[in-house]
Design a protein around this ligand. Structure first.
Ligand SMILES: [Fe+2]
Length: 273
């Protein structure tokens, strides 16, 4: 069985002259491939209604399930100021292929478990305090979650909430191989390396090593998929393949602005039994 993996497709930010060019290109890519299942690790859109519409379109146009987790953009309140991020998170959970609603049984041997995850600042430089990171501002740059993500708990409490939720699901799936999906990063290797001062600070908002530690504790996690940092990287640690395969923003693509050309370069395909 072949599974296509992608993240951070940002169909609204990547729109060309107001038109979503990513979704049709992704559907066409899937239809010309032999993948049986697709997984998107968050940041589909910055408006949850568009996130849901995009997943529905992909499933309808390709005829295969498209599992996803929300990213930080998907729970932003910018387009729904009357809602909290919890309201949006729960609205997104109504989609049955949102892994934040329930784990997904792929076949007799494999299950997918996932959620957005959050960050606990530990990927940031230890020259800063929690109070420094709570400000979510450095050198005039503002981390947009401080404005657009409206939870009713502290940042670290949000991280703990998602970590415990994922671990509870892992405890229930003792006999299956697991594909773990988070939007945020589970390992230091995916953070911005040799960071300039700005990223010594902003790495704090990339994720938490606690998600990676789940793979040590539950070695049946054979794949741990994430997005968020807009990288395309793979690292194997012990028995787990960590995969970050982001489409990212058009402006970040090296030599073109055509999703039809960029999607095949960004998608990672894995094969499971
Ligand atoms: Fe993103």
């Amino acid at each position: 069985m072949k599974i296509g993996i992608l993240s951070d497709i940002h169909v609204d930010i990547n729109a060309s002259q107001g038109k979503d060019t990513v979704t049709p290109a992704l559907c066409s890519y899937i239809n010309n491939s032999t993948v049986d299942l697709f997984i998107i690790a968050g940041d589909i859109a910055s408006n949850y209604l568009l996130t849901l519409e995009t997943i529905t379109t992909i499933e309808k146009q390709t005829g295969i399930p498209c599992l996803f987790v929300p990213g930080n953009h998907d729970i932003w309140t910018e387009y729904h100021p009357d809602m909290t991020s919890w309201d949006i998170y729960h609205a997104l959970q109504k989609h049955p292929h949102n892994l934040a609603s329930a784990s997904y049984r792929i076949n007799d041997n494999w299950t997918a478990i996932g959620d957005i995850g959050w960050y606990d600042y530990r990927f940031g430089s230890n020259t800063y305090t929690v109070k420094d990171f709570d400000r979510m501002q450095y050198d005039g740059r503002v981390w947009q979650d401080s404005i657009q993500a409206k939870w009713d708990r502290s940042t670290i409490e949000m991280h703990t909430f998602f970590l415990e939720k994922l671990e509870n699901q892992l405890k229930e799936q003792k006999d299956k191989n697991i594909i773990l999906v988070t939007h945020v990063l589970p390992i230091t290797a995916f953070t911005v390396q040799n960071p300039p001062p700005l990223w010594e600070y902003f790495n704090a908002f990339m994720g938490s090593p606690d998600y990676g530690k789940l793979a040590e504790k539950y070695p049946r996690i054979k794949y741990a998929i994430c997005g968020h940092v807009h990288y395309r990287k793979e690292v194997k640690q012990r028995d787990t393949n960590f995969i970050c395969s982001c489409l990212g923003y058009t402006a970040e693509w090296s030599d073109n602005d055509d999703p039809g050309e960029e999607i095949p370069k960004a998608v990672k395909i894995i094969e499971i039994d």
